[in-house]
Design a protein around this ligand. Sequence first.
Ligand SMILES: [Zn+2]
Length: 402
Amino acid sequence: MKYIIVLGDGMADEPLAELGGKTPLEAAGTPVMDRLAREGRVGRFVTVPAGFHPGSEVANMTVLGYDVTTSFEGRGVLEAASMGVDVPEGYMAMRCNLITVSDGKIKNHSGGHISTEEASQLIADLGKELGDDVVTFYPGVSYRHLMLIKNGDKRVTCTPPHDVPGTPFADVMVKADVAEAEPTAELINNLILKSQKFLAGHPVNLKRQAEGKDPANSIWPWSPGYRPLMKPLSEKFPVKDGVVISAVDLIFGIGAYAGLRRIDVEGATGLYDTNYEGKAEAAIDALRNGADFVFLHVEASDEAGHEGDIELKKRTIEYLDKRILSPIVEASESFGEPLAIAVLPDHPTPCRLRTHTSEPVPFLIYKPGMTPDDVTSFSERSASQGAYGTVSGDEFMNLLMK
Ligand SMILES: [Zn+2]
């Protein structure tokens, strides 16, 4: 048996008056998902354990069977893995944004969506100015970078800058949760202040301001954590050659710790204009050429949910069905072994709320020859009638892979 998980990020939603009381998943034309549900079995999945923020990182780790209560270490280390940066024992990794501060307030979390080229220069120069044998900076993409602190203590409260636009930055600086973490909090806060002094006069920022753009004039480190205790999937499940297909660093980072080979697809943007056909083709190629496990992640529905665009969300779900699932199902005869297929979102991103929620998500599992349950379509509502009931933890992976 070979296995594929097709994950539509944020695909689950609520019944909407605009869709005659249907959810986008119910309203969308999804003949392939419905057929897989009819010939397979469905259920609901608690992907965000109680007490966790419903972030994609938490939900996707749970989908792959990891216990986030013991292995979740924040975004920094996941993005580090995606960037190929090994976080050694004894080091703390943090996501390090380049942000724009204006009149003492956080104007945006993205340094005015600074280009990767400009940001790389800033991060390199920050490294020379502020880096030493304790603090190291690594350049990422656009405003998203990485900072490692030797012997950092992760018991500090940091504020994600995208949550606090318009807030005075001094009000949301790093706070120690315990006395032992005070040196770490002080170190990071000093770095923020020093970065502001240094970046204010940097030629890259002077040029941006002359062009009427926001300067990237402060670092903003957050989401601290240590190297996570994540074992490769192959230690627990029958995976010899697993691959991950996505456009999102976090997902590639989870994949790296899971021991999955990364496939980058040209034109995979993470937006609704993503290269669906390219992702399907990459999965088909991998499964034809030895891969026995594929985690295929599509971000588009989540973006539509964040935009509150109901029609767009419906369309992204139809694209997932027609342009990803349909060609994969069609090609599945040529993989040399039967193909088990799972389809699910990581978490809901309801259009009405425009943010993630922790509600259980619907999932379907289809394995050739299995005895189906009575459910004949795939949706939030139909999933609650499924044979699998409501699962949590690593139960979904066990159902699919064991
Ligand atoms: Zn997500």
